[in-house]
Design a protein. Structure first.
Length: 325
């Protein structure tokens, strides 16, 4: 091998790491698809749009929000899990990620096998809310009213296994048994509209989804599921204050990507999310809507998801929750 050829090979080897780094930094090289498994106007949609707006600026490519609603978020979450284009990310919530495997024996995706957690974006406590014309003003009155009208009141959720569904089932069990009709919806906006109109009478729902209606008085919040009173509604007592203990629960949203997403991309996305959601404008918008901004690392998000799966999966088995409940 002559000196010139050896020199060319050495130069090629020396520049290989630089070329590799450039290839990695070139991603994304086209628009990203950001799947939100709920309708436009829902609380996950708000988080998705705040997050995607920052990512578009940081990554130098459009990040297009795609609302894929249905089956309590399972349809859109399945679309994320099956994406193979290298340019699909999104967010999902309690139901599709932490409880669906326990509820759906033929679930078409496995959250652990098919998805990677990027960051726990936000979480928020839940309200027990009722139609403003329901003749109750506190939790004790609500429990008494349900007991006096077994099977006649309906509560809405975004599907079996969702945070709201499990929250209501847990509340009913801890209250000594309450008989209500469960009405699942495709998303929070439709359920909230029916609650305001009186077609359903109650919901356990993340604070962000109904903060506007609570503030304007079109629905009434009877309790909050956090350990302490919620900062935006200090007059609403906790469940524990009203005698229902060990029933804390939160609605949360985790950013995820298909499992085949390279680790360097996961790390880069998480770093940008942490940076973006902590900016004053983004934080103010999300906190004003009723969220607590989390913006965690991938490792923290994965650990949180495992804890939630263990907790709520155990509840499903303990309470015998069925898909027709």
């Amino acid at each position: 091998m002559n000196t010139t050829r050896r020199g060319l090979m050495a130069a090629a080897l020396a520049t290989a790491p630089l070329l590799s780094a450039r290839a990695q930094s070139a991603w994304p090289d086209r628009p990203l698809r950001f799947i939100v498994p709920f309708p436009a106007g829902s609380s996950p949609d708000l988080t998705g749009r705040v997050t995607s707006a920052h990512l578009a600026t940081a990554l130098g490519q459009p990040v297009v929000v795609e609302n894929r609603a249905g089956a309590g978020g399972n349809i859109g979450t399945d679309a994320m899990a099956k994406a193979t284009d290298g340019h699909t990310i999104g967010l999902s919530i309690n139901g599709p990620l932490s409880t669906a495997p326990a509820l759906f024996p033929n679930l078409p995706y496995d959250p652990v096998r098919d998805l990677k957690a990027i960051s726990l974006l936000v979480r928020g406590p839940q309200f027990l809310v009722v139609n403003k014309d329901l003749p109750v003003t506190d939790l004790a009155g609500f429990i008494a009213h349900v007991r006096a009208n077994p099977g006649k009141l309906a509560y809405g959720t975004v599907g079996p296994g969702s945070g709201g569904h499990l929250g209501m089932v847990d509340l009913a069990a801890k209250a000594g048994g309450l008989e209500m009709l469960h009405v699942p919806y495709r998303g929070f906006p439709d359920a909230t509209l029916d609650l305001v109109a009186g077609r359903i009478q109650a919901m356990v729902v993340t604070t962000a989804a109904v903060m506007g209606q609570v503030r304007d008085g079109s629905i009434r919040a009877l309790a909050v599921t956090s350990a302490n009173r919620f900062h935006l509604t200090p007059n609403v007592p906790t469940l524990a204050e009203q005698g229902i203990r060990n029933a804390e629960s939160y609605g949360w949203q985790i950013m995820v990507a298909p499992a085949n997403t390279p680790p360097d991309r996961i790390a880069r996305l998480a770093a940008e999310v942490q940076k973006g959601l902590r900016e004053p404008a983004a934080r103010q918008r999300l906190e004003g809507a009723g969220f607590e901004v989390m913006a965690t690392t991938p490792e923290e998000a994965a650990a949180f998801l495992a804890e939630e799966t263990d907790r709520w999966g155990g509840m499903i088995r303990r309470l015998g929750i069925r898909m027709d409940a």
